[in-house]
Design a protein around this ligand. Structure first.
Ligand code: LFR
Length: 480
């Protein structure tokens, strides 16, 4: 066999899609066959994912995909569904932006101090790490009734195949994995009373993950057997796998709802300085570590667009490009922006609190957001190089933000490095390539990246402008 078709199910925080990748000798083509909204639902009990709507979208996508050689599933990280002893889902999975984890970290750190937690798991502090979610859920009727915990892509995979597993790259975002052993951090779980028996056995990207069940074949019109292949089921792991780098000296920014900015390393960085800088060591393909920082990302803009009644984005970005640069910036890494709602007001508040001019129009607010993201990209990439002692010559921007020319140019300017933008559908491409590799159609990670660099349209941005202006802007939001 020299060619194959692979369906990539890629679920993001604001939309899901099913893409079909055709891989042949030296060729890689991706087609979107179905896209559907992901609309979280606010209930009295809190913010929930509409997981059945997502699964229905996945099935629609597979029906549109036509006959394929395999399916792979990736999604956002950390969240999960609980199953009872009969294998039925208990309730709607809780959204990572739900407020149930407020104040939980302090409770956890009283048992396992933050520095010990970092040394054991290498994970940044984020209130939504699965570990904090599970501590927040302690004593709930739902957790007491649960026999199984499946991370979101593993849940979708379980519904399609009847087989339960825990894919490693996504497991690494739970804060219950030791990035050195790439196995559970048994000690961390025991100290916090978290039952690791809830988790299904670990599996690696490329592992077989079962076959579509009969009723799934019927629903989708596919002819069996159709295997499901484990991929980097954390979307960011799949996206990093699809960074079209042609050198080792690269940094990446995976842009979408979040900006995930950092480096691909061979080993975790678990120093105190790294902890203080809140860098995370998530696991990637083939024993790599995704050493990166979470930045609020285009969420800031998405939430503003929602408040403004969804105006035309192209026009807004054109107007933002004409606004005077760096008038006001906010700390795009600040967790104050995590929750939904009132985003233009919250950005204005942050500008006011740091004694800067308050953006008055949507164009000014948009410019403030993009300048702030570029500044946060600059900081993350500078600090990652320093903390890991790994200098880079180029920054790759993959994911949805690769289409945002202003963001790409500002990032090049702020970092003082060339930016190579694309592919926008990196997560789906990484998903497809891992399946293709498991089916013997592509070589190692380097070969995958060469194929991407040769086949995907990329755009290069050279740094321009005034480096001192970015340094000055950074000083305006630096902690006192
Ligand atoms: C990006 C992402 C990030 C993760 C966040 C929450 O889609 O997966 O990597 O930190 O969502 O799960």
């Amino acid at each position: 066999r020299t060619a194959g078709s692979f369906a990539a199910v890629d679920l993001g925080a604001s939309s899901g899609r099913v893409m079909v990748g055709r891989v042949g000798p030296g060729t890689l083509e991706l087609t979107e066959v179905h896209r559907f909204p992901n609309r979280p639902v606010r209930l009295a009990e809190g913010l929930r994912w509409d997981i059945l709507a997502l699964y229905a979208g996945v099935l629609d996508g597979l029906r549109a995909a036509g006959q394929i050689d395999s399916v792979g599933i990736d999604s956002w990280a950390v969240d999960y569904g609980l199953l009872d002893a009969d294998g039925a889902l208990l309730g709607n999975p809780v959204h990572y932006r739900d407020s149930r984890t407020e104040g939980i970290a302090e409770k956890v750190w009283a048992t396992v101090p933050a520095d010990e937690l970092y040394a054991a798991t290498g994970l940044q502090y984020a209130p939504f790490n699965t570990l904090y979610q599970l501590v927040a859920a302690r004593d709930t009727a739902q957790l007491a009734a649960a026999e199984r915990l499946l991370l979101i892509p593993d849940l979708i995979s379980y519904w399609m195949t009847g087989e339960a597993g825990t894919e490693l790259t996504n497991a690494s975002t739970t804060q219950l994995i030791d990035p050195r052993t790439r196995d559970w951090s048994y000690d961390t779980a025991a100290r916090l009373g978290i039952d690791l028996g809830l988790f299904a056995p670990l599996r690696n990207p490329g592992d077989p993950a079962g076959q579509l069940l009969l009723h799934v074949l019927e629903e989708t019109g596919l002819t069996g057997p159709v295997p499901v292949t484990a991929v980097g089921s954390h979307d960011t792991a799949s996206a990093v796998a699809a960074v079209p780098a042609t050198t080792d000296r690269f940094a990446y920014i995976c842009t979408g709802t979040w900006s995930l900015a950092g480096l691909e390393l061979d080993a975790p960085v678990l120093t105190e300085a790294s902890r203080a800088a809140n860098f995370t060591n998530e696991l990637g393909l083939d024993g790599t570590v995704r050493y990166l920082r979470n930045i609020m990302g285009l969420w800031l803009l998405q939430e503003c667009l929602r408040s403004w009644g969804n105006p035309d984005l192209t026009a807004l970005l054109r107007d933002a490009a004409a606004v005077e640069p760096l008038q006001a910036v906010v700390d795009a890494g600040d967790a104050v922006f995590l929750a939904p709602g009132r985003m233009p007001e919250r950005i204005a508040d942050a500008c006011r609190a740091t004694g800067q001019p308050v953006p008055a129009t949507p164009a000014e607010t948009t410019r403030c957001i993009l300048d702030s993201l570029a500044l946060a990209h600059r900081r993350a990439i500078a600090e990652a190089q320093q903390l890991a002692d790994r200098p880079v010559d180029v920054v790759h921007i993959v994911g949805g933000g690769a289409h945002n020319e202003l963001l790409c140019q500002l990032t090049a300017d702020a970092c003082g490095l060339p930016v190579v933008a694309g592919p926008a559908e990196a997560a789906a491409l990484g998903n497809v390539l891992v399946q293709a590799r498991a089916h013997g159609l592509v070589g190692d990670r380097t070969a995958m990246r060469e194929l991407l660099a040769r086949t995907q349209p990329l755009r290069r941005y050279e740094p321009m402008g005034d480096a001192a202006a970015w340094r000055a802007a950074e000083a305006r939001i630096a902690a006192p």
